[in-house]
Design a protein around this ligand. Structure first.
Ligand SMILES: Cc1cc2nc3c(=O)[nH]c(=O)nc-3n(C[C@H](O)[C@H](O)[C@H](O)COP(=O)(O)OP(=O)(O)OC[C@H]3O[C@@H](n4cnc5c(N)ncnc54)[C@H](O)[C@@H]3O)c2cc1C
Ligand code: SF4
Length: 330
């Protein structure tokens, strides 16, 4: 592991200034991803700027009736927060479905959104990978890709984004706010993660050296009736091979409002807008839910060894929507 400096940031302006002064510096949240990547040689920062003592550790009410989540709120505190559990239950469920209790105690909201892919070629610095070494190639396309992307990928990279939290935040139209050397900025989470195209190494709309300060959840009545379901290869402590965050508002047997996002199928949490269009205004029944899933998955382009994900996601979407509808029958 390369030698590195360590500094604790005391305020947001100072944290941003420290990174602006040193392009080889990185922010340190809980360190649960960054430190692993430093050990494997994927990341080689000269300095770590620890952000955990910044005053960004609160979940607070926002002026529009939604919530403002500080970037250093731990995953554990987020999942346990009463307002999150009451108004955005799928978010609490998504966070609790990730990692382990010890990891969630360390991991922060900012770090979770910026965690890197678990593609095995990405973390093996002895071989090529377009995301880690642009232009070197993507061995996953012809190699091991059973857990890789079926939506929105390119032949330059077929990796998936690993965050569970990000899937629920995407369904709920969260907005990511940051502070950079050029001042504050924000991005809807649906634009925050960039399309893969031929630049898989460019992952987010965050300007270089910018600090995520908070994530805003808009108020929307539909989010209170939401659910997150994750499928993984073992019962716990594993990343998703497919996941769904869904919210459904039903009136007189018809869908009044629907939110749907899919996880572990694309380079970013995947907002299922085609499915939402089918759901909105339609009867809240199995035929509609299957048509919605099919509408979204029509764009799927599976690789030889991950076609199972299309079937899995169809069944998962129908199952989660059915559960929500049955819990919401009125
Ligand atoms: C064994 C294991 C199992 C896991 N299982 C799951 C799982 O099932 N689901 C899941 O979603 N995740 C899982 N994780 C990943 C875990 O959730 C992430 O490692 C964690 O959320 C990252 O948060 P952190 O604060 O530790 O980030 P760090 O490791 O500190 O940082 C990650 C990245 O974010 C940057 N960063 C941190 N904070 C900020 C900020 N405020 N502004 C700008 N940049 C910032 C860092 O510079 C770094 O590039 C697992 C991890 C492990 C080790
Ligand atoms: S899928 Fe992406 S991360 Fe994995 S080897 Fe290909 S370029 Fe690298």
């Amino acid at each position: 592991m390369k030698e590195f400096g360590y500094q604790r940031a005391r305020d947001v302006t100072g944290a941003v200034a420290l990174l602006a002064a040193d392009p080889d510096a990185r922010f340190l949240g809980g360190g649960t991803n960054l430190v692993d990547l430093m050990k494997s040689g994927v990341e080689r920062p000269a300095r770590l700027v620890d952000v955990r003592e910044l005053p960004l550790d609160r979940v607070e009410p926002a002026a529009d009736g939604g919530l403002r989540i500080g970037a250093t709120v731990t995953n554990s505190d987020l999942a346990a927060h009463p307002e999150i559990r009451r108004h955005y239950p799928a978010l609490a469920q998504a966070v609790l479905a990730g990692a382990s209790g010890q990891l969630r105690n360390m991991a922060t909201v900012g770090g979770n959104l910026l965690q890197r892919t678990r593609c095995g070629y990405f973390t093996d610095v002895s071989g090529p990978c377009n995301k880690r070494a642009p232009g070197s190639g993507c061995p996953a396309v012809a190699g091991e890709h059973h857990n890789h992307a079926v939506l929105g990928a390119s032949h330059h990279c077929v990796a998936v984004h690993p965050s569970d939290m990000g899937v629920a935040l995407t369904a709920f139209d969260a907005v990511v706010s940051y502070e950079s050397a050029d001042g504050p900025g924000e991005s809807p989470i649906t634009d925050f993660y960039l399309p893969v195209g031929d630049t898989p190494h460019r992952e987010t709309a965050l300007p270089p050296g910018a600090l995520i300060t908070h994530v805003s959840l808009p108020a929307a009545p539909v989010t209170a009736r939401s659910r997150y379901r994750k499928v993984r290869e073992r019962a716990s402590y594993a990343f998703a091979i497919g996941s769904v965050a869904a919210a459904l508002d039903i009136e007189d047997g018809r869908v009044r409002d629907a939110r749907l996002a899919l996880g572990a199928v694309a380079s970013r949490p995947w907002r299922a807008r085609a499915a939402e269009a089918v759901l909105t205004g339609a009867p809240a029944d199995g035929a509609t839910f299957a048509a919605a899933a099919d509408a979204e998955l029509a764009a799927a382009r599976p690789l030889p060894d991950n076609g199972y994900k299309v079937t899995l996601m169809r069944n998962l979407v129908v199952s989660v929507l059915t559960e929500l509808a049955e819990g919401d029958a009125r």
